[in-house]
Design a protein around this ligand. Structure first.
Ligand code: SF4
Length: 395
């Protein structure tokens, strides 16, 4: 028999159940196999006690979404463990030696299958039913990799199934077919799925929009505001085609000169146009903004203020709750080389308990800090909703 371990967390006073991604695709489930769910942060001894209930385990498969989850299983790892999930690529790229198999790509690749599967096993429905928590949020990974893969701040290996900066994307064959399999979970008031891929490619986006989906299910996807994505939306005139979908746009900055320094490869104008196209088609938008720019200057502030006015003009025509800013966090740079392009004054810090990132030191009395603060204030006072962490320059 095999055991499959998935982590979950209960949030906001037990109102939200977040289930991390598991090996839900391509798995041939045998009758004797067991799914075990553990709350994030469980002690290894607790997990070990549960595993001991099954004396004849062949393999233990465990999906890690965050490096920090490794602490819950690390002392138990042995030959018969197979560790995968989004955090596995980082284990490979950081050279973390573990006494088990680490799968950085897809589960199907590990099993030696030729093609990725589109059949989705909603095995977590058991947990949703038992816990009876009103709002369910679950990751449903439809692919790996980013077709752009050039943003200088991005931790590429995390997103690439081969742990390489290739720009290749490993998508499941038909995202539409996957979306059509997603239904509300029994006993839950709301069911949401994040189609976890760092940037949904245009073809997959069209498949998702064409799918006959159950609109009682909420979807969230990450998007890049590039022209190929805009062209997909322009093909649809249906004002409800995006209803129930939250499009999380990796905007990073509303200043064009900042986007160019970041290597983002998209424009602020396209970001604003994409926002308008989505709102007009009934969808919701989250604009992910980063904070603590090492290169902030007055030009950047002015560009921000100008773009913000244009954005306000677009969003005022739609219900307020359908547009939000979120602070993606401070700009951590993935390598010394990446940050050294802008400054020699930086600090290395452990991120997600596992690997080093680099953070610029920006003195509070500096002009750079003041510019960051002006940008953060403009965002906070824009009248557009904001969630996520407070901008660091306002703390
Ligand atoms: S588009 Fe997103 S995932 Fe792709 S390189 Fe840029 S930040 Fe990373």
């Amino acid at each position: 028999m095999n055991v499959y371990i998935t982590f979950f967390s209960k949030r906001d006073n037990n109102k939200f159940l977040h289930i991390d991604n598991g090996f839900s695709f391509g798995r041939e489930k045998k009758k004797e196999d067991v799914d075990l769910f553990f709350h994030q942060g469980r002690e290894p001894a607790y997990i070990e006690r549960h595993l001991k209930k099954y004396p004849s385990i062949d393999r233990i498969f465990c999906s890690l979404s965050y490096g920090s989850q490794l602490a819950s299983i690390k002392p138990l790892l042995a030959d018969n463990w197979v560790v995968g999930g989004p955090a596995a690529a980082r284990l490979v790229t950081t050279g973390t030696e573990l006494p088990c198999t680490v799968v950085s790509g897809s589960f199907e690749e590990y099993l030696g299958k030729d093609a990725l599967d589109s059949d989705f096993d909603p095995y977590f429905s058991v947990l949703a039913k038992v816990l009876r928590i009103p709002h369910l949020f679950c990751n449903c990974s439809v692919g790996k990799g980013c077709y752009w893969s050039k943003c200088k701040f991005c931790d590429y290996p995390y997103y690439d199934s081969k742990c390489e900066r290739t720009g290749k994307v490993n998508m499941r064959p038909n995202v539409g077919a996957i979306v059509e399999q997603l239904h509300p979970m029994e006993g839950c008031k709301t069911t949401s799925f994040h189609l976890s891929i760092p940037a949904m490619p245009p073809k997959a986006l069209a498949e998702m929009l064409n799918a006959k989906r159950d609109k009682r299910v909420w979807l969230t996807i990450f998007l890049r505001a590039d022209n190929s994505i805009l062209q997909v939306f322009k093909k649809y005139n249906d004002s409800s085609i995006c209803e129930g979908i939250l499009f999380s746009i990796g905007c990073e900055s509303l200043s064009q000169s900042a986007l160019e320094k970041l290597g983002k490869g998209s424009t602020v104008d396209d970001t604003l146009e994409l926002t308008r196209l989505i709102l007009k088609r009934g969808g919701s938008v989250v604009l992910g903004i980063m904070d603590h720019y090492v290169f902030s200057d007055r030009q950047m502030v002015n560009e921000y203020l100008e773009s913000l006015e244009k954005l306000k003009g677009i969003v005022k025509k739609y219900p307020k709750h359908r547009v939000k800013f979120t602070n993606n966090g401070v700009t951590h740079w993935p390598t010394r080389e990446a940050i050294s392009e802008f400054t020699d004054d930086f600090t290395a810090a452990k991120y997600d308990n596992q690997y080093e990132r680099y953070l610029a030191n920006i003195p509070e009395e500096s002009e750079t800090f003041k510019c960051n603060k002006d940008i953060s204030l403009a965002l906070v006072n824009s009248g557009i909703n904001q969630f996520g962490a407070t901008f660091v320059s306002l703390l």
